[in-house]
Write a protein that binds this ligand. Structure first.
Ligand code: ZN
Ligand code: ZN
Length: 171
C-alpha cells in the first residue's frame, strides 16, 4: 500500500486543463544523516498533502505540504533532541513556447513523490538540531553535560593561586 503512494501517475487523476485536486497521502520519509548522526522523522509514514493543478498550457503546478518531528542527537550536548519542521514546497512543470520549466520530480506525468518529500525535508532541516534553545552543551574542559548541573565549573586558576599565597602567608 505504501509503495503505491511513493510515485504516481498524475494522468490517472483525469484533470482537465485548469482543474485541480488536493490529495491526502501517507508517505515514508526515511532517515537522514548529518555529521555522522542519524535523524528520524516521526511519525513515519507521515501524512502529506499534495495539491495538483493541471495548467491550461498543459503543464502541472504542484504543492506539497507536511509537518513532522525530527528525532536525533542534540548537536550541543549529544543528548536526545526533537525538533518540529513544517515543509511547504511548490513545483511547476511546463513545456510552453520558448519557456521550459522542468521539475526534477516529474517524469512525464509520473510524480516522484518520495524523492520530492525527502529532498524538501533535508533542505528544511535546521543546520543545528538542538534539544532546546536553552541547551547548555558540554563542558569544554571535561565533557560533562552542563544541563545536568548548570553550576558545573572547574576551580578557577585565580582562587588556586590565592590559596597558595595563603599557605605562604601562614607558613
Ligand atoms: Zn542539548
Ligand atoms: Zn567540566
Amino acid at each position: 500500500m505504501a509503495s503505491d503512494s511513493l510515485s504516481f501517475d498524475l494522468a490517472t487523476l483525469g484533470l482537465s486543463p485548469g482543474d485541480g485536486k488536493q490529495l491526502e497521502l501517507e508517505l515514508e520519509l526515511g532517515e537522514f544523516e548529518f555529521a555522522d548522526e542519524l535523524y528520524r522523522p516521526l511519525p513515519d509514514p507521515c501524512a502529506v498533502s499534495v495539491s495538483v493543478t493541471r495548467m491550461s498550457s498543459g503543464g502541472w503546478a504542484l504543492k506539497l505540504a507536511f509537518e513532522t518531528t525530527m528525532r536525533g542527537t542534540c548537536m550541543r550536548c549529544l543528548g536526545p533532541a526533537e525538533c518540529k519542521i513544517a515543509v511547504e514546497v511548490r513545483e511547476v512543470d511546463q513545456i510552453d513556447g520558448g519557456e521550459e520549466l522542468e521539475s526534477p520530480y516529474l517524469d512525464g506525468s509520473i510524480l516522484l513523490l518520495d524523492r520530492w518529500a525527502h529532498d524538501s525535508l533535508a533542505l528544511a532541516l535546521p543546520t543545528q538540531v538542538i534539544c532546546s534553545p536553552q541547551c547548555l552543551g558540554l563542558c569544554p574542559t571535561c565533557g560533562f553535560d552542563i544541563n545536568a548541573d548548570p553550576k558545573h565549573e572547574h576551580e578557577p586558576e585565580k582562587s588556586a593561586r590565592w590559596s597558595k599565597l595563603d599557605e605562604l602567608k601562614f607558613d
